[in-house]
Structure formats: structure tokens, C-alpha cells
Design a protein around this ligand. Structure first.
Ligand code: AP5
Length: 212
């Protein structure tokens, strides 16, 4: 069996980035994340304006911009974990046309917990590792355990923008979750467990669906 093709769904702050990094290490697959790709190109001029205009408001960046990012990334990847895409029905149709999936996982977390996770998140500016000031603090405040890089807070991790992002998720992305649930391919995982416990469930679900 080839490298797994995994879709990881979940609200903002549900733990998609945290679990994706583990999947990448465990299964030797690519991390395809529209959020990171857009953050690296926030001021890129497109015919729709810059990604920053949408991201700082908690809105979705227009579909043609993200579809192009994903199609280019998937064309080079045998196995992958998709994190942050698709986020609406039209992106879901686009994805359907360009690849098949082996596993579709959904990390379920209540809204109150999401806001707390997002506002306490700190990210390494060098390697992208994720921390939380309370739930997963680095050994030395402000410094990445993995590479020694500086930690920063994302521009969109304020409480106000976090709530806008969650509203955008409810309106646009919950129908995507529903689509895979109705299709019978969705694996629902309790995302409120510790990161280790969530990882056990994620790893087992992917292994089950890709082992020969
Ligand atoms: P994106 O970067 O994709 O952000 P998101 O979906 O809002 O997700 P997050 O990165 O906030 O959370 P996560 O689920 O990865 O959680 P994490 O593991 O970090 O998108 C940003 C913006 O880009 C969007 O708003 C939009 O504008 C644009 N965009 C992106 N994709 C797009 C698309 N397809 N179409 C259009 N626009 C798009 O964990 C969060 C925190 O919780 C961390 O601090 C972590 O340490 C902690 N944590 C993780 N797991 C646990 C646990 N089990 N228990 C306790 N704490 C935990």
C-alpha cells in the first residue's frame, strides 16, 4: 500500500496542525496546509487583493487562490495530510476532481475550548512547532524546544478574530464535515482529549485505513 492520503477536518484551534506534524513524521508524508502557505504569502497581490485582507478579518481567502496552492502541492505528493482545506463546498468539489483520499478524520472540540486554545497558542517562527502557554508550554518561555527558534503569536489569534474564524467555520466548513459524514467516510475523533490521546486515535485510524 502506498503512502496514506489523509484529510484532517476540524474547527480553528481543534488541533489539526498539532496532529498533522505527527502524521508527517509517522507516515513520511507531506503536510499540505493552506493556512501556512497563505501566511507565507500574506501580502502577495492577486486579482482578489492580498490574502492578508481576508485572513485578518477571519474570512476565507477566495477559492481560486487556495485551489491553485493545493493543486500544486498535491501534484508533487504521493502521500499527504491536508490541513485547512477544503473549507467550503466548492473547494470540496475541486478536491474531489484532483485526488482520492484514504482517510477523512474530524477532530471534534467545543467552541469554548477552541477560543482558549487559539488565544494561548504560540508558534515557532523557524520550524512552525506549536505550543500553548498553559496546555503545552515550552521548557523555556518564548523559545522552541525543538529548534531553539523564537515563538510568536499569530496576527489572527486574538479573541475577536478567533470568534470570526469560528463563525466562518460554522457557516462554510461544517457543511463539508456533514458531506463526508453522509458519505460514510468520516472518522470522528474526540479532540478534547490530551494531544497524546488524540494522536493515538488519529494514528490508529490512518493505519487501519492504509495497512494492507
Ligand atoms: P489556518 O492556518 O488553517 O487556521 P485554522 O483552521 O483556523 O486552524 P488553526 O491553525 O487555528 O488551528 P489548528 O486546528 O491547526 O490547531 P493547532 O494544532 O494549532 O487558517 C488561517 C486563515 O487562513 C483562515 O482564517 C483563512 O483566512 C485562511 N485560509 C486557510 N485555509 C483556507 C482555505 N482552504 N480557504 C480559504 N481560506 C483559507 O492547536 C491550537 C492550539 O491548541 C495550540 O496552541 C496547541 O498547542 C493546542 N492544542 C492542540 N491540541 C490540543 C489538545 N488536544 N489539548 C489541549 N491543547 C491542544
Amino acid at each position: 500500500m502506498g503512502a496514506p492520503r489523509v484529510l484532517l477536518l476540524g474547527a480553528p484551534g481543534a488541533g489539526k496542525g498539532t496532529q498533522s506534524r505527527r502524521l508527517v513524521d509517522e507516515f513520511d508524508i507531506e503536510h499540505v496546509t493552506t493556512g501556512d502557505a497563505l501566511r507565507a504569502n500574506k501580502d502577495m497581490e492577486t486579482e482578489y487583493g492580498t490574502p492578508r485582507e481576508y485572513m485578518d478579518a477571519g474570512d476565507l481567502v477566495p477559492d481560486p487562490v487556495v485551489n491553485e496552492i493545493v493543486e500544486a502541492a498535491l501534484s508533487d505528493a504521493e502521500g499527504f495530510v491536508l490541513d485547512g482545506y477544503p473549507r467550503n463546498e466548492s473547494q470540496t468539489e475541486y478536491l474531489d476532481d484532483i485526488t482520492d483520499l484514504d482517510a477523512v478524520l474530524y477532530l471534534e472540540v467545543a467552541e469554548a475550548e477552541l477560543v482558549e486554545r487559539i488565544t494561548g497558542r504560540r508558534v515557532c517562527e523557524d520550524c512552525g512547532a506549536n505550543y500553548h502557554v498553559e496546555f503545552n508550554p515550552p521548557e523555556e518561555p518564548g523559545v522552541c524546544d525543538e529548534c531553539g527558534g523564537d515563538l510568536y503569536q499569530r496576527d489572527d489569534d486574538t479573541e475577536e478574530v478567533a470568534r470570526d474564524r469560528i463563525d466562518t467555520y460554522r457557516e462554510n466548513t461544517e457543511p463539508v464535515v456533514e458531506y463526508f459524514r453522509e458519505k460514510g467516510t468520516l472518522v470522528e475523533i474526540d479532540g478534547e482529549q490530551t494531544p497524546e490521546e488524540v494522536w493515538e486515535d488519529v494514528r490508529a485510524a490512518v493505519a487501519d485505513r492504509t495497512d494492507p
